[in-house]
Every structure is written in C-alpha cells, then in structure tokens.
Design a protein around this ligand. Structure first.
Ligand SMILES: Cc1cc2nc3c(=O)[nH]c(=O)nc-3n(C[C@H](O)[C@H](O)[C@H](O)COP(=O)(O)OP(=O)(O)OC[C@H]3O[C@@H](n4cnc5c(N)ncnc54)[C@H](O)[C@@H]3O)c2cc1C
Length: 368
C-alpha cells in the first residue's frame, strides 16, 4: 500500500505538472514542482532503486521492474518516476476494446471523418518539401504533391529526419533508441491449456538479460517475452473454439542484428518460445497452429518506418525527457511539427495521444 500511495503521488505529479506541457526550457519544465516534489519524483534514481525502497523480495522487484519494458526500457536504467506504469495498470486495470485494438483506430477514423478530415491510407510520403527553411508540402511515393505551410509528421521522428528530410550525419539529431521486437501472430485450433489472456515470461537473471539487450545490443540468453491471448477474454476475435495468440519478443536494434537472417531468427525464437511454454505446462502443439505471421525488426523498420526497427521510439532516459526529448517543433524548418513515440511526452498509445494534443497546441500558438 505504501508503494501504491507513493506511485499515485508520482502519477498525479507526472500528469498534472510534467508530461502534458510544452516546456520551452529545463527551467520552464521543472518550474511547477516544489523542491519536495522534485526530490521525491524518483527521476534521480533508477526504477529498480525506487522499488528497493518498498520491496525486499527480488522477485517482486523484477515483476514490477518489468513494466519498464512497456517503454522499451530496463528497470536498472529507466528513472524511478516510471513506477507510475505499475500504478496505472494496478489502479485503473486493463481494458480491451470490443473488437480489439483496431476498433479504436476505426472509432478515431469515424470521429475525424465527422470533422471533415480526409484520410488517405496506403500512400507513402517520399519526402517533405522545404524551401527557404520553411515547409511547403509533401511528395508521395507515386509522385503526387500536396502543398501546405504546416506538416505534422508522425512517422518516427528520427526516420522523418533521415528518410523524409534527407538529413544525414551531424545534421540528424543523435537519439538513443529503445530495442526492437519480433512479433508473432498465431491462429490456433483449440485453446492452449494452461494459458491466460496476459502472461509476461521473465528471465531468471533479470539484470544480466536487460544488460545484454539494452546495454550491449545482444539477444539475451534467456528471452523475456509477452504472450497475449485476447480470445481468452473475447472469443469473438477468432472462429469458434479457436485462439488468437500474439507474442512479443524484445530484441536488439536492427543494426545490432546484422549477422542474423530474419527468417532464421524467427524460427530460432519460435523454438525457444515453445520450449519455454512447455516448461510452464502450456501446451501449444505445432500441429494446431493453423495460421502464422511474423513481423521482424526489419519489417517494423521498413513497413512502419521505425528508426533502426526500434519498437518504442526514443528511449526515456533522463536526458531524453521533457525539454531534452526530440522536440515536437522542428528547430530548423518553419511549419514542420512532429507527433508520436519519439517526441514529447513519449511512447505508448496514451502518451502519443496526449502528445498529439500538445503538438496541436504548439501549432495553434505559432499560427499568425
Ligand atoms: C509490437 C508493439 C507493441 C506495442 N504495444 C503497446 C501497448 O500494448 N500499449 C501501448 O500503449 N503501446 C504499445 N506500443 C507502442 C505504441 O504502439 C507506439 O508508441 C505508438 O503506436 C507510436 O505512435 P506513432 O504515431 O509514433 O507511430 P505509429 O503508430 O508507428 O504510426 C506511424 C504511422 O506512419 C506510417 N508511416 C511510416 N512511414 C511512412 C511514410 N513514409 N509515409 C506515410 N506513412 C508512413 C506507419 O505505417 C504508421 O502507420 C507497442 C509498439 C509495438 C511496436
């Protein structure tokens, strides 16, 4: 209870005073905090250090520390303020939109359509057009041009710089990225015995594994991974009696996986996952796997524009938070704005949605 009360205070502090404001400087960012709030915010120590204040059991610390992976981070590096992740989930619960997460995208699409927004899907932007240090529009892959004095790019900000603005070397901002992922989507006959909707499989030696993955860019010896079987809660997401299984395996960034062929890596991970599931008594017979799809780090980079295949965008280190983070307004090109995981306030659907509002505020403020 002491932990929850403390995390609740941090949660309020983060959302009321820190995360949802466009701060113009470090001073402007921390100005609303009292000295006591700044001291107790937990940003001065790691999440693991913060958890040590409340829990003696290393297993409980590892369980709460694993929330760091929601931000693609390590509990030994992520600031202690992020005990708010565990708090958010424990206090507010987990929600599954009826129809799955795609139903949320559809609902937003229909709200936007109601406001007169035209959405073009399946059209890639080749480059953002700039003249005299101001944005003039965007060019699509098919050569079509769109003119506009304002562009908001939610293609991952470091990818926007490199791919759409052609910035190279020192012209592109140096950003420390979160790790990549391999995601596996399995359609299975029957329900896998012994499994539930959400399961996170942790390694025995957490510190060593996070250090491999995040510190050294290596595939950990004992893979941590997340398994979701949404059909356990909403059976309508698959044909009757079948299961829809999603697996997320954190991996090093694409640039650290150069020696791997992605198909071989997928096969290797699948075997290790099945072994681990069997060890926990979860029966997933290969012959019952009817549909299999995989998205590798290379797919995440190519299909979705994620810089170096990084799943969660820019890392949430102290020096990539608030005014230190990739800004949502380009400092060199007038009219160019960013939204999404790598800019402020940060990664994950809730933060990205709040970030969209912050970018909109910025634009309204800048408009003549
Ligand atoms: C496997 C995985 C699981 C996750 N799970 C969760 C979770 O459970 N909860 C949570 O809150 N967050 C989760 N996240 C994080 C969350 O999805 C991201 O933080 C969020 O989607 C980032 O939003 P964004 O707008 O920055 O980018 P995206 O959602 O990646 O949107 C960018 C869009 O731009 C498109 N695009 C790329 N290049 C171009 C181009 N040249 N032209 C036109 N369009 C382009 C992409 O196709 C994509 O649709 C997960 C992320 C991953 C990768």
């Amino acid at each position: 209870m002491r932990f929850l009360a403390d995390a609740q205070r941090k949660y309020r502090l983060a959302f009321d005073k820190l995360a949802c404001r466009n701060a113009s400087s470090v001073w402007d960012w921390i100005r609303p905090l009292t000295p006591a709030e700044a001291w107790n915010s937990g940003i001065w120590r790691s999440l693991d250090g913060e958890l040590r204040r409340f829990f003696r059991s290393p297993r409980i610390r590892e369980a709460f520390g694993s929330y760091a992976m929601y931000l693609g981070g390590s509990p030994y590096r992520l600031p202690g303020l992020f005990s708010i992740l565990a708090y958010g989930e424990l206090a507010q619960g987990l929600w599954l939109p009826r129809g799955g997460i795609h139903a949320l995208a559809r609902a937003i699409e229909s709200l936007a359509a109601g406001l007169g927004v035209r959405i073009l899907t399946g059209h890639r932007v080749r480059r953002i057009l700039v003249a005299d240090s101001a944005v003039t529009g965007a060019e699509l892959e098919d050569g079509r041009l769109f003119e506009s004095p304002v562009i908001v790019s939610n293609v991952d900000a470091p990818s926007t710089e490199r791919r759409l603005l052609g910035r190279t070397g020192g012209a592109a901002r140096a950003v420390r990225m979160t790790p990549s992922v391999m995601t596996l989507y399995w359609g299975m006959r029957r329900k896998p015995a012994g499994a539930s909707h959400h399961t996170i499989f942790l390694p025995r030696d957490a510190r060593r594994n996070y250090d491999s993955l995040i510190g050294r860019g290596r595939i950990p010896e004992e893979l941590p991974f997340y398994m979701s079987i949404a059909t356990e809660t909403d059976p309508s997401l698959a044909p009757e009696g079948h299961s829809a299984i999603f697996l997320l395996v954190p991996l090093p960034l694409l640039s650290d996986l150069e020696s791997w062929n992605m198909d071989e890596l997928a096969g290797h991970l699948k075997s290790r996952i099945l072994e681990r599931l069997a060890r926990h008594g979860i029966a997933l017979e290969r012959e019952n796997l009817l549909v299999e799809r995989t998205l590798s780090p290379a797919d995440w980079a190519e299909r979705f524009g994620l810089h170096d295949g990084s799943a969660f965008g820019a890392a949430h280190t102290l020096f990539q938070m608030g005014p230190f983070r990739f800004p949502n307004r380009d400092p060199a090109v007038r009219g160019l704005y960013y939204a999404g995981a790598s800019t402020t306030p940060g990664t994950g659907l809730p933060m990205v949605a709040l970030g969209g509002e912050m970018t909109a505020e910025r634009i309204l403020h800048d408009l003549p």
